[in-house]
Design a binder for this molecule. Sequence first.
Ligand SMILES: CC(C)(COP(=O)(O)OP(=O)(O)OC[C@H]1O[C@@H](n2cnc3c(N)ncnc32)[C@H](O)[C@@H]1OP(=O)(O)O)[C@@H](O)C(=O)NCCC(=O)NCCS
Length: 262
Amino acid sequence: MVNPKVSTRPAICYRPIRPSDLEILERIHVNLFPIRYESTFFQDVVHGRDIVSWGAVDRNRPDGRSDELIGFVTARIVLARESEIVDMIGCDSSKADQTLVYILTLGVAETYRNLGIASSLIREVIKYSSSIPTCRAVYLHVIAYNNPAIYLYKKMAFKCIRRLQGFYLINGQHYDSYLFLYYVNGGRSPCSPVELLTAVINYVRRGFKSVTARLLYKNEDTKSTRSRWAKCKENHSLVTATHNKRNHAVQCTPSGSDYDCV
Ligand SMILES: CC(C)(COP(=O)(O)OP(=O)(O)OC[C@H]1O[C@@H](n2cnc3c(N)ncnc32)[C@H](O)[C@@H]1OP(=O)(O)O)[C@@H](O)C(=O)NCCC(=O)NCCS
């Protein structure tokens, strides 16, 4: 059940996501997100393969399903120097072992919203990230129209560092995304003149790559319904359709072997 009845006195507990959560986890993702994940993504989440996750359950649920997920967050560790925000991590970013935690998906069943569950799940991710000595920040993408999520990240003191034009490609339509960042363990944005200059150069270089990729995409579009660029845009991200009901109809099936598609 993806929209369970809330108990009069919900007792929300947080626990790791386990193999027995597989079915409900998939169902909630299908219900909340406009993009379909491959089954390997769910398998990796429940088996903790390269992905860390937390689930929320209501121990007082009136229907007795006191161990069924009503919320979740999934994330993974990435190398700072290989990430798109390498320029935002200051002078440490070039060190080989510096890491970041990227939030892949976050969701709460509709009937359990505004109870602080997503805030608690994000706090778990921040706590976990802070416990990794090499970790410098937690970051994520959010589709530009998702006001509740944007409000939530701002409330949690995440910084909006970028607007990425046309980042998402959903059912043939492009949507912008915001990139939000939360520094941990003394991570910080570049501040010396050299760091700032490097950050600007990297940013411009990335912008150039993106424009080139778009041109490539346009050229290939007539030949193929799925360009590499489009696939890239459908990957790595966190989107929701619930705040824009029109997007519920979206069907997007990632074709690559990787699962990290919204
Ligand atoms: C975004 C989401 C995870 C928030 O979950 P939640 O458990 O309701 O979040 P919390 O209760 O911790 O906090 C919600 C905050 O957003 C506010 N909020 C809710 N709807 C809002 C809206 N339409 N506009 C602005 N703020 C809103 C609430 O008032 C609350 O703030 P407050 O604590 O100051 O009152 C949930 O709405 C969801 O699952 N949405 C669908 C999936 C999704 O969008 N995931 C995130 C993708 S980036």
